[in-house]
Design a protein around this ligand. Structure first.
Ligand SMILES: Cc1cc2nc3c(=O)[nH]c(=O)nc-3n(C[C@H](O)[C@H](O)[C@H](O)COP(=O)(O)OP(=O)(O)OC[C@H]3O[C@@H](n4cnc5c(N)ncnc54)[C@H](O)[C@@H]3O)c2cc1C
Length: 502
């Protein structure tokens, strides 16, 4: 008996020591996530040139019967289009406004498996939540692989203020790593208080016990959305922006097509489709009511507010997330385009095209921000809650010839400023050369080409002006700059002129 106890005690001791060593081993080696793209016959970029919008709209009017008509050109619609067209289905996608103009350009930009959902899966023994996290973690790895120019692994720090939370968070995060399995980005690790402050120097040190660092991905959401839509178009899908569905048609009680309107010309026509996918996000019920105006609404929209703070609120390569703020909500600080996005999780709201944050929401974030930062350092969106796939490993537009050092060729071959070259490579992948060819001369000795739209940001004239098929690939960035300029003005009254320039 005593021998068994001794053995058990010994085993527990060894396990404990191994676990402690695993927990305490801070691994700050670089993440080896980028693998040169393996372009196979299945994933190679089609020689088919990207059709212009006019050609796409003409195609929609040509009287074809589509296997699938997708309504909505956000992330969901674009993903469905790529999935359908790569299964060999005749696919059409229409977007009432611009690609990614809805929720899909206003997200927190994380590619995550959902640590919070895993917590629910464990606490409530919910197998469905577990399956969702497992699939999301698989998808996270896939996105990092197929669009390396638009994504990057991001370490996220969970600051710990009570000692008992160290094993609690550590266990939860290790489960997250474990569920990801061989698709994990990089193992999480524990940091002492000293090391936490070294990595995140702007953090308040009072009551801090240490931190746990885990990995997720970060993406340029708007460009990812557009790149997926363009990949679908490249593989045969007919996609058009500024075309909305105004009515659904039925034959013998079954959906058989829709009425479309070109929002740029006002022209209307009918289209036939064997299957219709409603990918309109917060507008889901509007489309459902076109089918049957008596249906009960199923969409529960919620809004989350983000504010953009200067870059010194977070280190350039690390985010921070606290899952339990003073009112139980999550708060995060994430580095983004030389700034820091600070925000919280969502609250219920009404559906509108251009949601605006309330003063209370902004004040909540600003008050919470103060709780985390040391004294030296002192937008609202909507979210809908609810044959073998071919898209796994399917390279996204721009990924085929992209490498992490590709931007150097842009500097050398075109005479672009290094920061601009890095931005073009990260936004357009190997299509950056095409954008650079359209850039205007600066008239200076250096940089030779690439007039900046705003002196503090690397966006250039070629991303906004011009027309033709390539414009579709460039437009979201130009739009972003113009939106920022407007939002900066909107935000001034809340956060003061010192933050204005960001
Ligand atoms: C604050 C916030 C933060 C988020 N953070 C993250 C995150 O970090 N990571 C993550 O993975 N997800 C995040 N999400 C969730 C993610 O943004 C959404 O799941 C995703 O954008 C939904 O995309 P969608 O295509 O379904 O909807 P949308 O992007 O809203 O697209 C719907 C489109 O349908 C179009 N449409 C509507 N009616 C019609 C019509 N009649 N005809 C044609 N088109 C029509 C609209 O114009 C719109 O473009 C976040 C969401 C919010 C709100």
């Amino acid at each position: 008996m005593s021998r068994r106890r001794l053995l058990l005690g010994g085993a527990a001791g060894v396990t404990g020591a191994v676990m402690a060593a695993w927990a305490l081993a801070a691994d700050d080696s670089p993440v080896e996530w980028y693998k040169p793209a393996t372009v196979s016959a299945r994933t190679e970029r089609r020689k088919r040139p990207l059709p212009s919008r006019t050609e796409q709209v003409n195609m929609l009017q040509a009287g074809h019967t589509y296997d699938v008509l997708i309504i909505g050109g956000g992330a969901t619609g674009a993903g469905c289009a790529l999935d359908a067209t790569t299964r060999g289905l005749r696919t059409a996608l229409v977007e009432a406004d611009d690609f990614a103009s809805g929720t899909s350009s206003r997200s927190t930009k994380l590619i995550h498996g959902g640590v919070r959902y895993l917590q629910k899966a464990i606490m409530q023994l919910d197998y469905d939540q577990y399956k969702m996290v497992k699939e999301a973690l698989h998808e996270r790895a896939n996105m990092l692989e197929v669009a390396p120019h638009l994504t990057r692994p991001l370490p996220i720090l969970l600051p710990v203020y009570k000692w008992w939370q160290v094993p609690y968070y550590w266990f939860g995060i290790k489960m997250y790593d474990l569920v990801a399995g061989d698709r994990n980005v990089k193992s999480s690790y524990y940091l002492s208080k000293k090391n936490t402050l070294e990595l995140f120097p702007m953090l308040k040190s009072d009551n801090l016990c240490g931190g746990i660092v885990y990995y997720d991905g970060q993406q340029d959401d708007a460009r990812m959305n557009l790149a997926i839509a363009l990949t679908a178009a490249r593989h045969g899908a007919t996609i058009a922006n500024h075309v909305s569905v105004t009515k659904l048609h039925k034959t013998a009680g079954k959906l058989s097509g829709a009425r479309l309107r070109d929002e740029m010309t006002g022209k209307e026509w009918d289209i036939k489709a064997k299957c219709i996918i409603n990918a309109t996000g917060p507008f889901t019920d509007t489309i459902r009511k076109m089918d049957d105006d008596t249906v009960k609404e199923i969409c529960c929209p919620s809004s989350g507010v983000h504010i953009v703070l200067p870059g010194y609120y977070s280190p350039e390569h690390m985010g921070l997330l606290d899952p339990a703020t003073s009112d139980g909500r999550v708060i995060f600080f994430l580095p983004w385009l030389k700034g820091t996005i600070a925000g919280t999780t969502d609250l219920p709201c009404q559906v509108t095209h251009n949601p605006k944050p309330t003063e209370d929401e902004i004040l909540f974030i600003l008050t919470e921000v103060k709780n985390y930062l040391n004294p030296d350092v002192e937008g609202a969106n909507l979210k809908p809650l609810y044959k073998e796939c071919q898209t796994d490993g399917f390279l996204i537009e721009g990924a085929h010839g992209w490498t992490p050092t590709m931007y150097i060729r842009l500097v050398q071959d075109f005479g672009l400023e290094m920061e601009v070259a890095q931005h073009l490579a990260k936004s357009y992948g190997d299509r950056a050369f095409a954008v650079a060819k359209m850039a205007a001369m600066t008239g200076k000795r250096w940089p030779i080409i690439g007039k900046k739209v705003h002196p503090e940001f690397p966006y250039i004239d070629a991303e906004i002006s011009g027309d033709g098929p390539a414009q579709m690939a460039r437009r979201t960035n130009g739009r972003k700059v113009l939106e920022w300029q407007q939002r900066t003005v909107d935000c001034q009254k809340y956060i003061g002129p010192d933050i204005m320039t960001h």
